[in-house]
Design a binder for this molecule. Structure first.
Ligand code: PEP
Ligand code: MN
Length: 263
């Protein structure tokens, strides 16, 4: 059902008035994790000030170590929703288990399925039965075929509002956190009718690569870019290495807008 052979036209997803997949790239910015009301308010103000329509922020964080910050859970979603509402932003946030879905849907507009859950088939079926867009991330060791099959689980359960998100894959290369598989973008766009995003933060894991990676994503035809923004990345409870501060975010966004005008 996700195949181009089955449906030739691009799927366009309306999120808060923004038409994802319509041609113009869209942007999802926000902190790695929701940490406090003040933190998300500051980021929401910066995003809203640019006329953007979405904010991200993790409340259920799938961390490698059980001793690392696990997120604020439902409380975090409430903080994020409050900040988002003040600036007319849609909330994008990861859900890690079907058990959280019903409560979370009150506060979340776009349900993110994270890389670690790309083949959590019960979760895929659960988000397939909701009436909200799903941002599906590529598993860190998933082939493109497996990624497409994960999306197929969601659409087969009845939900065709799916955004695919390339976020880097695991390779032998250590210079970046993951290897951004940029060619996945045109392949996914050829093989499916779904919009494709590139997460430049989790793929590169490097602040200095956020801009060139986003330019590459846009140039190769991505429908949007995701990147993390935090008022004070040095004290962030997760991904301190690669989040942008608010001034870096301003410069980053300006540079990207200038780059896009060249097209
Ligand atoms: C995230 O976007 O917050 C995240 C954890 O990313 P990924 O699932 O791609 O690692
Ligand atoms: Mn992160």
């Amino acid at each position: 059902l996700v195949s181009r052979k089955n449906k030739a036209e691009d799927t366009i997803i309306d999120i808060n008035g923004e038409k994802i997949g319509q041609g113009e790239p869209s942007f999802i910015f926000g902190p790695c994790a929701v940490e406090s009301q003040d933190q998300v308010m500051k980021v929401a103000e910066a995003i809203g000030g640019k006329g953007l329509k979405m904010i991200r922020g993790g409340a259920y964080k799938p961390r490698t170590s059980p001793y690392d910050f696990q997120g604020l859970g439902l409380e975090g979603l409430k903080l994020l929703k409050k900040a988002a509402d003040q600036h007319n932003l849609a909330v994008v946030s990861e859900i890690v288990t079907p058990h959280h879905l019903e409560d979370a849907l009150e506060y979340v507009d776009v349900v993110q399925v994270g890389a670690r859950n790309m083949q959590n088939f019960e979760l895929l079926k659960a988000v397939g039965s909701i009436n909200k867009p799903v941002l599906l991330k590529r598993g860190m060791s998933a082939t493109i075929e497996e990624f497409i099959n994960a999306a197929e689980y969601i659409i087969a359960s009845g939900n065709s509002q799916i955004i695919l998100c390339e976020r880097g894959i695991r390779t032998y290369e250590k210079a970046t956190r993951n290897t951004l598989d940029i060619s996945a973008v045109p392949i996914l766009k050829q093989e499916t009718h779904l919009p494709v995003f590139v997460d430049v933060t989790h793929s590169t894991g490097r602040r200095d690569l956020l801009l060139p990676a986003a330019k590459a994503a846009i140039a190769i035809g991505a429908d949007g870019v995701m990147a993390e923004v935090h008022p004070d990345p040095a004290v962030a409870l997760s991904d301190a290495q690669q989040q942008m501060n608010l001034q870096q975010f301003d410069e980053y966004y300006d540079s990207l807008m200038k780059f896009m005008k060249q097209y």
